[in-house]
Design a protein around this ligand. Structure first.
Ligand code: GMT
Length: 359
């Protein structure tokens, strides 16, 4: 197959997933990325990338990226004779793909993958709602990264169309564990409000008052200054390391004992899956798609939203008993190996493309 993929190329789950999918598909298919920058996770590959240039013009207070992307899609589909355009994140990628399809007189198929914030946050805003609903309905195939996201999308957008659930995946071969002296609690995200950074710090303070531990904060985003302020206020500067955005999270996870993900919403939770692949027990909130792969008390722990006391208690129990922590970590890794590898998930995307092409 000849596949065009569009995603946000920056740090963030949807871009990571799209890039890893592209890498896997490129082993047997002709894959082209169409984005405003080369996705960072494509580094080291020769997968073709087509840059979307947006004309800056004094009249444009907001340059029309959606139109520039649609034009680039049209050009790449024609030049590379693509069969399918697979867009990740509905806003505005599914709308650009719809425009490109119409310009091509319906001679291309469009698949849209919903990742969460596109339909649960941005797409629900009145300024985007109708166009997002329309673009989802017009796609030839729509997938969502969890049952939870599928159900909430259908309900909130009143969509009749079938939505296929295809979970996130990671390549377990890329993740390992390393012996390390200090006990490390890690959180990784884009530090947006939805990630509830104050809960991370609050839970860690409770943990470190009972067990000597260090906090690794990985990522960057709007709530980073808040995190820095809280770390000072709680006097845990000497225990905390701010890493910023990193390309190789594997090395940090290899030295991690517990992964905290207290999100207010998480359509899947790719960061948690990466931690589990590194045999790290995850303590997360019982929201969105997280209960679809974290089995509470077995391979991780799920807590009510905002319950930092429960999070800390589970963490302390694990940190005080290394055998127990390792046992939960092993089960976490096994869960990933059984259900969330490229060998299991990528064929689901391929079958989905086939079904769309032959419909
Ligand atoms: O988590 C983020 O804020 C990044 C976001 C994105 O759109 O890049 O991630 C979303 O997509 C990931 C890949 O499918 C999911 O694993 C994340 O759970 C989802 N984030 C949220 O739902 C908040």
């Amino acid at each position: 197959m000849r596949i065009g993929i569009t995603c946000y190329p920056t740090f963030g789950g949807s871009g990571v997933l799209a890039s890893e999918l592209g890498r896997q598909l490129s082993k047997t298919h002709d894959v082209h990325f169409i984005c405003y920058a080369r996705p960072f996770r494509l580094e080291g590959t020769d997968i073709p990338f087509h840059k979307v240039d947006v004309l800056a013009y004094p009249l444009f207070k907001f340059p029309p990226y959606t139109l520039a992307l649609a034009s680039k899609m049209l050009e790449v589909v024609q030049e590379e004779t693509l069969d399918i355009l697979h867009v990740h994140y509905a806003v505005p990628h599914s709308t650009s793909a719809y425009l490109a399809k119409k310009l091509l007189k319906d001679s291309i198929k469009v698949v849209t993958t919903l990742h969460g914030t596109d339909v649960q946050l941005v797409g629900l805003d009145p300024s985007y709602y109708s166009i997002t609903k329309f673009s989802i309905e017009q796609a030839d195939g729509v997938s969502a990264v969890s049952e939870s996201l599928k159900n909430s999308t259908k309900e909130r957008f009143n969509i009749e169309k079938d939505i296929q659930v295809i979970y996130n995946f990671v390549d377990p071969a890329r993740y390992w564990t390393e012996d390390h002296e200090k006990k490390v609690v890690t959180h990784m995200s884009n530090f947006r409000h939805i990630k509830r950074i104050p809960d991370v710090i609050d839970a860690f303070c409770k943990i470190s008052s009972l067990v000597p531990a260090n906090l690794y904060l990985v990522g960057d985003g709007p709530d980073l200054p808040l995190a820095e302020e809280m770390v000072k206020k709680c006097k845990i500067q000497d225990k905390t390391t701010f890493f910023g955005n990193v390309c190789s999270i594997e090395e940090i996870l290899a030295r991690t004992d517990i992964f905290l993900l207290p999100s207010g919403q998480e359509s899947f939770g790719l960061a948690a899956l990466e931690a589990m692949a590194s045999s790290v027990p995850v303590i997360a909130t019982n929201v969105g798609g997280l209960p679809e792969f974290i089995d509470h008390g077995e391979n991780g722990f799920l807590c009510p939203l905002g319950d930092t006391q429960a999070m800390a208690e589970y963490a302390v129990e694990l940190l005080r008993d290394e055998n127990y922590r390792k046992e939960v970590g092993k089960k976490a890794r096994r869960k990933v190996e059984k259900w969330f590898t490229p060998e299991i998930i990528v064929p689901q995307y391929e079958a989905f493309y086939e079904s769309v092409l032959t419909a």
